[in-house]
Design a protein around this ligand. Structure first.
Ligand code: BG6
Ligand code: MG
Length: 218
């Protein structure tokens, strides 16, 4: 049996920070004079900060100078950092520790594959950093999801071939990245939105350890 590696996205998979990203972008949109909906926010999931800023300006039909672009993007991050400042273990999504503990106990390599540049401090705040053998995030990549770069780098660090890696993702862009890396993609969230995932779960409470064993076995 080949060794299997597990790669977790962060925002919306391990912790419910997707709501904080949304609130911070919504605040900026409102300041710039337009609305920003949860539906539009789906396009922002898994996508780099810079790309989110570009999409937001498109939605608001706003032309920005480079200086404005950088300032507004910086403001969004300051607001986001304020939201996450007091995060603690209570904001870990249900049953995430169940899966992490099982994998760790059985010596399966675990990586983080996130688009966020704030990933490491968040893992520290919620007390999950020690589970991860490798952390690949927005600071390590040149190409954002749906490009598979972050997941391929994670596989490389874990020394596991991509086809033996399992990816947990809540974003359409992240599932596309996992699929194009030829990894096993597991959608966490709305099945209709994440229809390109190989397997779907509403959240980790729906996922049994037996399912993980089955994946490892295959
Ligand atoms: C992803 C989020 O994990 O990280 C995106 O799903 C976010 O919504 C991206 O834009 C970048 O995050 P950050 O923390 O670097 O602004
Ligand atoms: Mg995510």
């Amino acid at each position: 049996m080949n060794k299997v590696g597990f790669i977790f996205d962060l925002d919306g998979v391990i912790v419910d920070t997707a709501k904080y990203h949304f609130l911070a972008w919504k605040k900026l949109a409102n300041e710039l004079g337009f609305e920003f909906t949860e539906e539009q926010n789906e396009m922002f999931k898994g996508v780099s900060r810079k790309r989110c800023m570009e999409i937001l300006l498109d939605i608001g039909n706003i032309k920005a100078t480079q200086d404005q672009f950088d300032t507004w993007m910086g403001e969004k991050n300051v607001d986001y950092l304020a939201y996450i400042e007091n995060m603690n273990a209570s904001e870990i999504l249900p049953d995430v520790p169940k899966i992490l503990k099982f994998l760790k106990k059985n010596n399966y390599p675990i990586a983080l594959g996130s688009a966020s540049k704030n990933a490491r401090p968040i893992l520290e705040k919620v007390g999950l950093l020690h589970y991860f053998d490798a952390i690949l995030d927005g600071n390590n990549v040149t190409k954002a999801k749906p490009d598979p770069e972050v997941f391929l780098l994670a596989a490389k660090e874990l020394e596991i071939s991509p086809e033996n890696c399992v990816v947990f993702e809540d974003a359409v862009a992240g599932i596309a990245a996992a699929n194009s890396a030829k990894m096993i993609s597991i959608g966490i969230g709305d099945k209709t939105i994440l229809s390109k995932a190989q397997y779907n779960f509403k959240d980790f409470t729906e996922m049994s350890v037996d399912f993980i064993k089955e994946i490892i076995g295959n």
